[in-house]
Design a protein around this ligand. Structure first.
Ligand code: DGL
Length: 273
């Protein structure tokens, strides 16, 4: 791993800003470049083929910046594109699933873990497979919670409708005796207080954004590759300036002044061969 260069981060849209928030807090001396594929979001309802194709293009775009590492912030993209991307590039490629699973397996006492995510993430069984790699005896119960994404984007993190929907989804875990719940989607960290209240004290929530930034920190430490840039020139790209871009990104990052740049991925990638 090289010391110079940016950390590339991509997501299907703006949810990956939960990873950026963590990066800004934990590794403020690093420079990063973010791509949110807002033109094609959501990925969570799409087929494996579509998610793979979009993810490869997202990574190709970020690869035109001198990267020292790439984070697949999107759980859905991590589920389908990690293996290929990790083989394709010589710099470290991190997905959000592996570090979260690591933390969850370390955390569980009952050996029963719950996972929530988009339809595509749950369908992929990526979390189950990763957990089985670490410990075959652990039981996993997974549940898709697709309505959480639009509710968070609407800023309805504590709305009574969100409370009802969350209760309905999480009711699935009622008799499963899980003691650890992986929040397997970029948007779910914003629902943490609500989900914690519904699940109760006996269940620990695993935030994939925190897990992946911990993993990156460990890598930077291992390779002595930390940067200490005073005012990093962080870049934020989207593939479409969607109507509520400013409001939604404020919801994730808490700031208004992100200088979003719009990029047309098709023409960009055509021009860059
Ligand atoms: N970023 C996606 C994920 O973490 C959620 C939004 C979407 O479906 O595109 O799975």
């Amino acid at each position: 791993m090289q010391k110079k260069g940016s950390i590339g981060v991509f997501d299907s849209g703006l949810g990956g800003l939960t990873v950026i928030k963590e990066l800004l807090t934990r590794l403020p001396g690093e420079q990063f470049v973010y791509l949110g594929d807002t033109a094609r979001e959501p990925y969570g309802t799409k087929s494996k083929e579509a998610v793979l194709k979009f993810s490869l293009q997202d990574a190709d775009f970020l690869n035109t910046f001198n990267l020292k590492a790439l984070i697949i912030a999107c759980n859905t993209a991590s589920s389908y594109a990690y293996e290929i991307l990790q083989k394709k590039y010589s710099f470290p490629v991190l997905n959000v699933i592996e570090p979260a699973v690591h933390d969850a397996v370390k955390q569980t006492k009952t050996g029963i873990i719950g996972v929530i995510g988009t339809y595509a993430t749950i369908r992929s069984r990526a979390y189950e497979k990763e957990i089985a790699c670490l410990d075959k005896n652990i039981k996993v119960f997974s549940c898709a919670c697709p309505l959480f994404v639009p509710l968070v984007e609407e800023g309805w993190n504590n709305h009574k409708i969100t409370v009802e929907i969350a209760k309905e989804y999480l009711n699935y875990f009622k008799d499963k005796h899980i003691d650890t719940l992986i929040l397997g989607c970029t948007h779910y960290p914003l629902l943490k207080p609500l989900l914690a209240k519904i699940m109760g004290n006996s269940v620990t929530l695993i935030d994939t954004a925190i897990s992946v930034v911990n993993q990156l920190n460990n890598l930077l430490e291992k390779y002595e590759a930390f940067s200490f840039i005073n005012k990093p020139d962080n870049k934020y790209f989207v593939t479409d300036v969607t109507q509520n871009l400013v409001e939604v990104s404020r919801g994730f990052l808490g700031v208004d002044d992100i200088a979003w740049e719009k990029i047309d991925l098709d023409s960009f990638l055509m021009a860059h061969g």
